[in-house]
Design a protein around this ligand. Structure first.
Ligand SMILES: CSC[C@H]1O[C@H](OP(=O)(O)O)[C@H](O)[C@@H]1O
Ligand SMILES: Nc1ncnc2[nH]cnc12
Length: 289
């Protein structure tokens, strides 16, 4: 049993977290370069929380330019045990209207050219992404979102697109045919990197729009998203508070805490010392370096 330290990654519309007590913005440097912003470290209902605005305060960084490795490394370095990601999403389903909160459980990655692994030549690892979301976090978040007054859908497949442009109508229809439920530009490689860093991860998507697949509808525009974001962000803040309140005092170990025990394949004497040094925060537990 140990303590929780919850990393919250705030998406579009969520750039700070007023509710944190004794809160302080701290700069964290990483071997991957700078994260999107300083980290806001504080406490909520007795638990430690570390907040990072995904796009930086003022929304400065587009999805394809996020330094996702630095973001996850900084959160790990700050002691986070678990990651809660909050995102604006488009809906690919009639029954998921704007305002609905979707606690997703699967992803399809259509991003291109983003650095999507901490590992590489000199230190090779293959983690499982079969079940990319931590069920314990997801269920606690779903309960908290409901308690905050949101209509919540448990489970759903999130299509991660490259962006920054929105989809064409043909793409949007294709993703529906693939069985995807919601769409966004940021959950990948975030979820992959969280898993590599042995951080249980869950994502709450807040629907802002119907993308562009609905016949006769105007396609999504940023102004429409921002209007819906304002309303969603109020509920999201309440959800975070209720989530903190619902966390048990002690954190029981998760199987995700030790995924690298099975994933690292490079023999100890073949491991590149430079890689080991670079991955100090991510995998010191298993490499001892
Ligand atoms: C502001 S609309 C598009 C933008 O919003 C989502 O960001 P986030 O997941 O950080 O809330 C989407 O993925 C795009 O980056
Ligand atoms: N329709 C959409 N497509 C991609 N990302 C989004 N974020 C919010 N709405 C979106």
């Amino acid at each position: 049993m140990s303590e929780w330290t919850i990393g919250i990654i705030g998406g579009s519309g969520l750039y700070e977290l007023d509710a944190l007590e004794d809160a302080q913005w701290i700069a964290v440097d990483t071997p991957w370069g700078p994260p999107s912003d300083e980290l806001l470290v504080g406490r909520l209902h007795g638990h430690k929380f570390v907040f990072l605005p995904r796009h930086g305060r003022g929304h400065r960084i587009p999805p394809g330019d996020l330094n996702v490795r630095a973001n996850l490394d900084a959160l790990k370095r700050a002691g986070c045990t678990d990651i809660v990601a909050i995102s604006a999403i488009g809906s690919l389903r009639e029954e998921l209207p704007p305002g609905r909160f979707v606690v997703v459980d699967q992803f399809i990655d259509r991003t291109v050219g983003r650095a999507s692994s901490f590992f590489g030549p000199g230190l090779v690892a293959h983690v499982s992404m079969a079940d990319p979301v931590c069920p314990r976090l997801a269920e606690t978040l779903a309960g908290a979102a409901e308690a905050a007054g949101a209509a919540v859908t448990r489970g759903g497949t999130y299509l991660a697109m490259e962006g920054p442009q929105f989809s064409s109508r043909a793409e949007s229809e294709l993703y529906r045919q693939w069985g995807c439920d919601v769409i966004g530009m940021t959950a990948m490689p975030e979820a992959k990197l969280a898993r590599e860093a042995e951080l249980p991860y869950a994502l709450v998507g807040m629907v802002t729009d119907y993308d562009c697949w609905r016949v006769g509808d105007k396609p999504v525009e940023v102004a429409e998203i921002i209007a819906q974001l304002m309303a969603n962000a109020v509920t999201a803040r309440a959800m975070v508070e209720l989530f903190a309140k619902a966390l048990p005092a002690d954190r029981e170990a998760s199987p995700i805490d030790t995924v690298l025990d099975q994933a690292l394949i490079t023999a100890p004497d073949a491991r590149d010392p430079e890689m080991l040094a670079k991955l100090d925060a991510v995998c010191r537990r298993v490499t001892g370096r």
